[in-house]
Write a protein that binds this ligand. Structure first.
Ligand code: J2J
Length: 539
């Protein structure tokens, strides 16, 4: 019996049938995919994190022990579990234990705070929350206690120590392993992924096993993943670039080795690359720049690196050209979105393509439309709005039918919100953005969410948050604030504004980098705030 989760819009049956027939969706659950590999290469190393090293057999056993532990707590198929963990060794076993049971993880970022976690718990009616006691100075054990006390749905919290171990993990691992078997179907929703977001509240994306794994298989092919791959994961594990483009799922599928790092800075990762002979990784542009510009580069042997994928934000052509020259690795640009579509440049493409394009879709079934403001297709090569539909791309968010009507067309195309142009071979170049979102070095911020919090400040009359150009991050967040009459404007410093937002439980990466107090906002002819004028304003 298929799992029915309310608030999920699937693909129409004729599309689903075609994607299955054409092998774009695969007849496997996440857990089956993993155990296929466990059976094939039990003694190969699957995961390395710090001092922990797990073979595929050991990983499989941990998954089944943890699954037994979760099942003993009553967690089963269709139950939503908010998982908020940094890139620790237990990440993959814990998440796959939930997959084995057919439970539906909501994959939150370690950087999230009270605000985001409470939203996910409420929206998904989560039965459990799984986290570490603290991360980057934020008290997640306290958050877990608060949620346990106040949430009407959360029956269990599991709090690991800071390094992702400790007694609660041991207690789960002490269970006798379950037998691996099919407890969910490939067509079931596998997990809920975060959207970058453009509105006041976070959106969750329901991905099925078959669709998400299908997109991973496509990416693994163009990404050249094999059993010999040693993949370094520095981006947050829940990010779709880290998961399936081709990501650690691609590595698990191929029987490759995954090396986890909790951050991507050269001092953390160069030693790991040297020690484990890392062959590939995925980076956002600021990290790629940090690697290129690091004085540590000469001190480590990085010659094992064959492929460096860069995506999540626009990677400039000059920096792009340096990857091959200075790191001796092939650059593979990737453009994608958690909602589904992902594109890649080929590994054997010419220099011009690799440095100036963000890639092309992985199959012809990924439909691409480039349109004007009235949804009319523009001539090929002309910039326009990207609309897409296909086997990787969902048809709606989780439980937000009204929002869906604005971001999906009647015939199921997703309005990505990016401005692109497409060349005659199908390669896309990202030339701008139409959606109200800030891309802070790959981290996505919804201005409306931050503005709503700022409007709650007693000294704020009005707030507008925009992205302003930044050499390293691409964009930084700037808040323009109109003080409230009679309020205390001296509270509206950068530090004051940031600590106000932090106290409201907003994730650190969403806090403004700059604050400017102004009398009024520039407006458009239509009388709306002109964010364009604010983005380009000179200080
Ligand atoms: C310009 N903008 C880009 C790029 C994403 C693979 C790769 C990336 C993501 C991702 C992903 C860009 N150049 N190369 O999910 O599987 C901006 C666009 C896009 C938004 C999506 C994957 N790569 N972007 O970044 O959901 O604006 O996914 O719409 O986090 O990031 O962000 P996100």
């Amino acid at each position: 019996e298929p799992l029915v989760l309310d608030g999920v819009v699937g693909h129409p049956e004729e599309f689903a049938a075609r994607y299955r027939r054409d092998g774009l969706w695969i007849d496997r659950t996440f857990s089956e995919m993993l155990f296929d590999t466990v059976e094939r290469v039990p003694d190969d190393v699957a995961v390395i994190a710090g001092d922990t090293e797990l073979t595929y057999a050991e990983l499989g056993e941990q998954v089944l022990r943890l699954a037994a532990g979760f099942r003993a707590r009553g967690i089963g198929r269709g139950d939503r579990v908010v998982v908020q963990l940094p890139n620790v060794a237990a990440y993959i076993p814990l998440v796959f234990a939930l997959f084995e049971l057919g439970a539906v993880p909501v994959l939150a970022l370690a950087a999230h705070e009270r605000n985001e976690i409470a939203q996910f718990v409420d929206l998904a009616e989560a039965v459990a929350y799984l986290t570490v006691e603290s991360h980057d100075g934020s008290d997640l054990a306290g958050l877990a206690a608060g949620i346990a006390a106040s949430s009407p749905t959360v029956a269990h919290t599991v709090v690991l120590d800071r390094a992702g171990g400790g007694p609660e993990l041991d207690a789960l691992l002490a269970h006798e392993p379950l037998r691996h078997e099919r407890r969910s179907l490939p067509s079931d929703v596998a997990f809920l992924q975060l959207s970058g977001g453009t509105t006041g509240t976070s959106k969750l994306i329901p991905h099925t096993h078959e669709g998400y794994l299908g997109s991973m298989v496509q990416a693994s092919r163009v990404g050249g993943i094999t059993a010999d791959t040693v993949q370094l994961v520095v981006l947050p594990m829940p990010h779709s670039f880290a998961m399936r483009s081709p990501g650690y799922l691609g590595a698990l599928h191929a029987g490759a080795t995954i090396v986890l790092a909790t951050d991507g800075s050269p001092d953390t990762v160069f030693p790991l690359i040297q020690r484990h002979r890392v062959t590939e990784t995925a980076l956002v542009p600021p990290l790629a720049l940090a690697w290129l510009n690091s004085s540590l580069r000469g001190e480590y042997d990085l010659t094992s690196l064959r492929t460096v994928r860069v995506g999540g934000a626009k990677f400039g052509a000059e920096a792009a050209a340096r990857i091959g020259r200075e790191l001796g690795a092939t650059l593979q640009q990737s453009y994608g979105m958690a909602e589904g579509l992902h594109t890649f440049t080929g590994l054997d493409e010419d220099e011009e393509t690799i440095t100036t394009r963000q890639g092309r879709p992985t199959s012809d079934a990924d439909e691409i439309l480039v349109v004007d403001d009235e949804d009319r297709p523009v001539p090929q090569g002309t910039p326009g709005h990207l609309l897409t539909r296909g086997p990787a791309t969902v048809r709606g968010y989780y439980r937000t039918p009204e929002h869906d009507r604005t971001v999906f067309t009647a015939d199921g195309f997703y309005r990505v919100g990016d401005l692109v142009q497409q060349d005659e071979r199908g390669y896309l170049t990202v030339v701008g953005r139409a959606k109200d979102q800030i891309n802070r070095g790959g981290s996505k911020i919804a201005p409306e969410e931050v503005e709503n919090h700022l409007l709650a400040h007693p000294a704020v009359h009005d707030a507008s948050v925009v992205g302003v150009p930044d050499d390293v991050l691409g964009e930084r967040a700037k808040a323009y604030l109109v003080p409230r009459e009679g309020g205390d404007p001296s509270a509206l410093t950068l530090a004051g504004t940031r600590s106000f937002l932090r106290e409201r439980g907003l994730a650190g990466y969403k806090l403004p980098d700059l604050v400017e107090v102004v009398e009024t906002f520039p407006s458009t002819v239509a009388g709306k705030v002109s964010k364009r004028a604010q983005r380009t304003k000179k200080d």
